[in-house]
Ligand binder design. Structure first.
Ligand SMILES: [Zn+2]
Length: 372
């Protein structure tokens, strides 16, 4: 195992932060995996999973049974982790720029594409290696000024050459679910089974330049620009695993999730041994554009009628929003059949806020597909 500490620029004198990465397995392994946890710094289940993985990976490495290079970043966002206000952790948005930590990653597609046609051949492996080299060089050249843009760059530099990128998040109150791309789904479907994903939502471009898509979209765009003339494989596939809700931090759950990841790596032949039989997929994959956000039509007390983790029918009552002054009661009902997989932790709705998420099957949205 190698432990690297990557210092972040000090935003003010007298403060020091760093990103710590832990590297396991043969440095020259053919396949590389990048796993980070708690990019949204108040989403901590992934941090516990990463801690379990540290120990498991160290043992696998000692036994020489790890055949891939795994880079693990258990604390992906030391900036957000240090944001507390009146006993409340605030790790989703950078308080300095008031932006979501998981949006607006650096896009270096144009730098990679510059002069690329002259360097590509009819050999897909050559093209993959050439693009990876350029990807790394473009990120190395890119400059950032603010702390959170520098943090983004560091994460991108650590992950850009990985075949598989796993970003460990969680929702507010939710069951197991995940986001990935249609192109990556065949690779990640076994992971979804081991993990027990109740909702697996697919989109190529959800519009937020999020961490998972800042790798896959580069390959997608290059395939669009050059794919008719040259064979370009996907150099990276990424997935955002949503490890239930913010309060779901337990040893048994984290061990189950670490096992799911290691079983998947065994299934891929990247860890020696026999992978357990693949369980059935708990719920079919759906289009992210078919996911419905149920918004509060007005402010009021939220009273839920359903728990996440069950299939709801169109019209089924999920929650009421109660105004105790006017006595108006708004009913929030499922707009279509689907998996009700996540809900807010708040119980006082503000008008317009997202109250519940249902993975439906009928596409109703386009453009920006994510929560704020
Ligand atoms: Zn998150």
């Amino acid at each position: 195992m190698q432990h690297h500490t990557h210092p972040l620029p000090s935003p003010v004198p007298g403060t020091h932060r760093a990103l710590d990465s832990f590297h396991y397995g043969p440095a020259d392994a053919e396949k590389r995996i990048y796993i980070q946890a708690s990019l949204h710094a108040d989403e901590l289940p992934g941090m516990l999973v990463a801690w379990k993985l540290k120990q498991r990976l160290a043992r696998l490495e000692a036994d020489s049974s790890l055949q891939a290079r795994v880079v693990l970043v258990p604390v992906a966002n030391p900036i957000g982790l240090d944001q507390q206000l009146m006993d409340t952790p605030l790790g989703r948005y950078d308080l300095e720029s008031v932006t979501n930590f998981n949006r607006g990653y650096h896009d270096v597609t144009d730098e990679i594409a510059e002069g690329l046609a002259e360097a590509l051949t009819q050999d897909p492996e050559h093209n993959k290696a050439e693009i990876r080299r350029r990807f790394e060089a473009a990120l190395e050249t890119r400059q950032a000024s603010s702390s959170h843009e520098t943090l983004h760059l560091m994460q991108q530099r650590l992950a850009c050459n990985a075949d598989f990128i796993l970003d460990l998040h969680c929702d507010f109150n939710a069951v197991e679910h995940l986001y990935t791309t249609p192109a990556a789904w065949p690779d990640f479907e076994p992971l979804a089974r081991y993990y027990g994903a109740k909702a697996s939502m697919l989109a190529t471009d959800s519009g937020g330049a999020s961490f998972d898509e800042c790798f896959t979209l580069v390959w997608e765009r290059l395939r669009e620009r050059f794919g008719e003339r040259f064979p370009i494989p996907y150099g990276s596939q990424s997935i955002t695993l949503e490890l239930r809700g913010q309060q779901d931090i337990e040893h048994t759950l984290a061990e189950r999730d670490a096992n799911a990841i290691l079983n998947w790596l065994t299934h891929l032949g990247l860890i020696d041994g026999e992978a357990p039989p693949l369980p059935d997929l708990a719920y079919p994959a759906t289009d992210l554009a078919a996911m419905d956000f149920l918004h509060a039509p007005a402010g009021g007390l939220i009273v839920f009628h359903r728990e996440p983790g069950r299939v709801v029918e169109a019209g089924e009552l999920i929650a009421e929003i109660i105004d105790p002054i006017t006595d108006v009661v708004h009913e929030l009902r499922a707009e279509q059949r689907g998996m009700f997989y996540a809900r807010t932790q708040r119980r006082m709705a503000t008008a317009g806020m997202i109250v519940a998420d249902v993975a439906g099957h009928e596409v109703r949205r386009s453009g920006y597909l994510l929560a704020p």
